[in-house]
Design a protein around this ligand. Structure first.
Ligand code: ADP
Ligand code: MG
Length: 728
């Protein structure tokens, strides 16, 4: 009897009997209580210090040492009053996770006395010994110094008993070693470019912020199962396991009622989130069994990115208290849906206008169209770069697997806006007659409904869909840090808006009126960015063919997709837009390739271990039972036994077949891996892992899964899909 598996199942079943406790307080009262937000600052700081921080937040002004000391003092008092004992610079290195190193406020001075200390210097800059974070060769280990610097645009918060100060993380030589630094630069670039374009429509606009509303999908399974499955524990996904008789085919989990045990987890997690100022709002069951989704109200992008990274951490901690494992992997279970993280994106002005929302007047709508069309063109001109921003070993399982968009980037806009763009495309070139202008303003631009009725959300197969007042980038992986996708999206839009401004100004110089010039350029953009627009079924084979004809990229694997990062035009783009130097970009490329290699390598090792140490021995054990049984039958039935034991004999043979196949293929996989490991060039090594090593996974798995169906259930060592997915 496989005791580990049955003990896990027993434990999980016992834990399902959970009673929900009543929530303690009104949620709005909890919101932001652990955040050093505007209100906390106002209450605890001098007027000057408050003004200094606000100017840094709003306009990026530098904070002088005196102000920093005042802020630090206020922050320290506020944090200690709330029970904090330590502080940390909280940052996001290129591992994709968050990092922190806690220091106590406590310090000693003379005669064995002690006090709480935290000053401006400690707030503004720290030098963690961070030599073990990935740096893509930027830092030699002998001078592995990097420093973290305060990002005042994301407020400090208390997590458990630690004051966390969001920071960037850069090398001593200045190169970015994190996700936040390039993101902040991209947001600055899009602010500048978009604000200039807004000036055509409204002179009062002085700042544009990017907005992000992410939707996080995840699985929850009892931690006893993760403990009993080495693959889940070490890779975050099941490398084998037969599909259960019932999966998601009845669609009965989607939006279904949430079990008490899961609800209890969700409540606690939401309360923690609200205290940290994360405006969580929506929760529901997802399509696959034991899969869920959570979405907050959208926020400014830098803050939203921090909040997603922080919440992923909170979720893991709270889950532990409920004996759950949260799986953020893009494809934890074969045969049922994996998880994504939709990134809803838009731009908003400091005058309160959503630039991707059609307005009430033709002028508002022209502004909307300008941003809408420029975004489409930016995506078209940079589709491969955008694809690279969502590439990861985990996401390769999802993209194109008929549960998420394909690896082809395209834009969906819905029938109403398609009609508007078609009409705009036919506008006369150059100067417009007064009649034409009136016609355009009243009947084309003026007619865009404020609320786009054909709720465009219906096409779930598009990777980049316009959903009424924002674009929804749906191809982002569930485990990703949103900063990657958001940096690229905002840079390409910033670049595009800059070009737009230059082109419009040129036409104005040539004597065209402002709106004529805008119409002219938009018309050209509509013409040249048709190939990226696709309204049909993104999951269909026909689209694969059509996209190839259109010349769109279809980079199905991570090693292929990542290549776009270091193409000359993209190196130039990042350099020109002041986001990353060629050195920084190449370092990132290398880090991502290496991460891919390591992930496939770990999966391959583990699959070999499980096949050889768990599956084959159990199959042999069961086979022994069968052979003993057959021998006994022979003793009893004598020469008739072959007629009677035919099935058993056939089963013994089948099992032998699977055992020898698994054994042979595992050996071959190990040999192939050895060859791949010897390849010096990491790009070539990544491709070898992708095309030579990885294909063994499915082959080996298929035979292991067949054995799962043959071997006595009581002997099978690994928790089965039906146990992990339906115990709740
Ligand atoms: P649903 O998709 O469930 O119908 P919505 O379309 O209203 O709901 O919102 C989906 C997600 O889009 C939410 O996470 C929300 O915060 C986000 N969102 C809504 N408006 C914007 C915006 N202007 N910018 C960025 N994200 C937004
Ligand atoms: Mg959505």
């Amino acid at each position: 009897m496989s005791t580990i598996r049955f003990k896990a199942l027993e434990k999980a079943i016992e834990r399902c009997a959970v009673k929900i406790e009543e929530p303690v307080a009104r949620r709005s009262h909890l919101f932001g209580t652990n955040v050093f937000n505007d209100e906390a600052m106002r209450q605890s700081m001098t007027k000057d210090a408050y003004k200094g921080v606000q100017e840094a937040i709003q306009f990026g002004k530098k904070i002088d040492r005196k102000t920093a000391d005042q802020v630090a003092a206020a922050m320290k008092e506020w944090a200690i009053a709330k029970g904090a004992t330590h502080y940390t610079h909280w940052f996001q290195p290129l591992t994709g996770a968050t990092a922190e190193k806690h220091d106590a406020f406590f310090e000693t001075y003379g005669d064995g006395k002690a006090m709480e200390k935290f000053d401006g210097g400690q707030l503004v800059q720290q030098e963690p010994d961070a030599s073990s974070f990935p740096n893509g060769g930027i830092r030699n280990t002998f001078e592995a110094r990097g420093y973290t610097a305060w990002d005042p645009t994301s407020p400090a918060f208390i997590y458990e008993t630690t004051l966390c100060i969001p920071t960037i993380f850069v090398a001593y030589t200045g190169e970015a070693l994190d996700n936040k630094t390039p993101l902040l630069k991209a947001l600055h670039a899009v602010d500048q470019a978009a604000t200039e374009v807004c000036q055509y429509f409204d002179k009062k606009v002085s700042k544009v912020i990017g907005t992000l509303g992410w939707e996080q999908e995840y699985f929850l399974i009892d931690s006893a199962f993760t403990d009993a499955r080495p693959d889940l524990k070490l890779t975050g996904r099941t490398l084998l396991g037969h599909s259960p008789a019932k999966g998601q085919q009845l669609d009965d989990h989607y939006f279904g009622s949430i079990s008490d045990r899961v609800m209890s987890f969700m409540r606690e997690m939401e309360i923690e989130a609200l205290k940290l100022g994360i405006p969580v709002k929506t929760r529901h069951n997802e399509v696959a069994p034991n899969q869920f989704e959570l979405a907050p109200i959208f926020e400014e992008i830098n803050l939203a990115v921090d909040h997603n990274a922080l919440l992923m951490d909170v979720m893991q901690k709270v889950a532990k208290r409920h004996n759950f494992s949260v799986l953020f992997h893009e494809k934890p279970f074969a045969g049922i849906n994996g998880s994504g993280k939709h990134n809803n994106w838009s731009l908003a002005t400091d005058t309160g206008v959503n630039l991707l929302s059609p307005g009430q007047t033709p002028m508002n709508n022209l502004q909307f169209l300008a941003f809408f069309i420029n975004t489409i063109k930016a995506v078209q001109d940079n589709e491969e770069l955008l694809r690279s921003a969502i590439a990861s070993a985990g996401n390769d399982h999802r993209l194109g697997a008929n549960e998420a968009p394909p690896a082809i980037i395209s834009v969906f806009i819905g029938s109403q806006l398609t009609k508007v763009l078609d009409e705009l495309e036919n506008v006369t070139q150059g100067k417009l007659s007064p009649e034409e202008k009136t016609e355009l303003k009243l009947n084309v631009v003026g007619k865009i409904p404020e609320i786009l009725l054909d709720n465009t959300d219906r096409n779930r197969t598009s990777p980049f869909a316009f959903t009424g007042n924002k674009f929804e980038f749906r191809a982002v992986g569930s485990s990703a840090n949103c900063a990657g996708a958001m940096t690229v999206l905002n840079v390409i839009v910033a670049k595009q808006l800059k070009e737009f401004k230059i082109s419009v100004d040129e036409l104005i110089e040539k004597g065209l009126k402002k709106d004529e010039a805008i119409f002219n350029i938009l018309r050209e953009y509509i013409k040249v960015s048709k190939k990226i627009r696709f309204e049909g079924d993104g999951y269909s084979d026909a689209w694969q063919e059509e996209a190839a004809k259109r010349g769109l990229s279809n980079n199905k694997t991570t090693p292929k997709a990542l290549e776009a990062i270091v193409k000359p035009e993209n190196i130039k783009l990042f350099e020109e837009m002041n986001i990353m130097s060629p050195v920084e970009l190449k370092a990132r490329y290398e880090i991502q390739i290496e991460e891919y290699i390591k992930k496939i390598q770990i999966e391959s090792r583990l699959l070999g271990d499980i096949a050889q140490n768990h599956i084959i021995p159990i199959a042999i054990k069961y086979q022994n039972l069968l052979t003993t049984n057959v021998k006994d039958m022979k003793d009893i039935f004598g020469k008739d036994f072959e007629n009677i034991a035919g099935e058993q004999l056939a089963l013994i043979q089948k099992i032998s077949g699977h055992i020898s196949f698994i054994s042979k293929k595992t050996d071959e996989m190990i040999e192939t891996r050895k060859v791949a490991n010897k390849i010096e060039d990491i790009e070539k090594r990544a491709h070898a892992y992708c095309t030579e090593v990885k294909p063994f996974f499915d082959e080996i798995r298929e035979h292991c899964d067949k054995l799962e169906m043959m071997v006595d259930d009581e002997l099978w060592p690994l928790s089965k899909y039906r146990e992990m997915l339906f115990t709740r």
